[in-house]
Write a protein that binds this ligand. Sequence first.
Ligand code: 2HG
Ligand code: ZN
Length: 463
Amino acid sequence: MIERLKEVLGPRRVTTARDDLDNWGRDWTRTFVVAPGAVVFPETVPEVVAITRLANEEGFALVPSGGRTGLSGGAVASRGEVVVSFDRMNRILDFNAADRVVRCQAGVVTAAVHAFAQDKGLYYPVDFSSSGSSQIGGNVATNAGGINVIRYGMTRDWVAGLTVVTGTGEVLELNRALVKNATGYDLRHLFIGSEGTLGFVVEAELRLTERPAPSRVMVLGLDRMKDILSVLTRFQAGATLSAFEFFSELAVERVTRHRSLARPLGSSSAFYALLEFDGDDESAALAAFEDALAAGWVSDGVMSQSDAQARALWALREGITESIAPETPYKNDLAVRIADVPGFLDDVDQAVGRLYPDLEICWFGHIGDGNVHLNILKPPGLTAGDFYARCDAISPELFKLVSSRGGSISAEHGVGLLKRDFLKFSRSAAEIEIMCAVKDALDPNGVMNPGKLLPDRGRERVQ
Ligand code: 2HG
Ligand code: ZN
């Protein structure tokens, strides 16, 4: 396998060095076995095709790899697979001003697209804490969400076209950045969120948009979670929100300690909401704040007076994941319809008290789009293995609550290895069968990211 890969890529772009296997064989999860057979660095689409054909001929498995910032193990190689890194396919290829479409290779980092768009006087609105290292190919493969979804939607909403290499090595150009294209199944959307199980995303055409007006950021203190939707609705009545995030007091404690940040408000509250809105809506937002205060939904609040202050308030939200990382949290990335959020949070609150009476829970998320992140923190006395086994055993109770409201067990992080065995809580048996049939059509030999997303049907050849 290694020799044949070297014939295709030359010896310098195939590595089996221990450190390289460890580095490129994992994502941000830390609980899966990391054991790739090799890591390869293609530079062109024909090279990706050649690698894929070789995998089919020789019977080895491939794991597509981007910025490795995923939180569900979708880019982890545990079974001797070949990791295909897009680090060397990181060029912006083309920009069409009339279409406002930028074409880039899969390995372009999200922040580079932001900078490119700004250079053109435009805006790429998909943004999240890992924008500095996540890559476009991975964003597409996981349909990444982030902090602006309430206003701009997910990655899917910004993909105008894709070039993919299927599991058999076929190159497909999907949609070619057309706005209108009524010619049957839109295969582009099958690849968005496919988590590398159907083939490789090698190029993406991304739509850019107008830059938003300068914004303001507000952080509000809330004593009761159930009031959060009233706050959202009141603010939305007067202001255009581009973010409506929330986090708990525990999250504030961790993040202020970890990043040496000032607390947002003079007093502490059980929960905090972070809102971003257009600067033009400042008076409408202040009126909404007065109303929320009078109604007793919020107890205190602060609004940014400068970009630096806005960034400092955002740091409270964006630094949470890294601040709790040392406690190897068990991650839940749950979504329900926005209107269901208060009832769902109530149910979850009770269930958590019953299921995890001795465990600390760090709550935060994008409440404005119905997505909550529930991180269960590992107590110091427990080994990571025991802790994860325990959380896995009680997760179905939580997922039943999600399922009963028609919600999703993975809103924006993907299924990967972490949620694979729980897929049935969000997708019906018939849906999963159809997903497997799609996989069989595009990757009949099961070389693409086996064991991720879909039930492991023992189709993969590599153990
Ligand atoms: C976020 O919203 C990310 O910050 C990470 O989706 C969430 O760490 C998490 O659970
Ligand atoms: Zn998130």
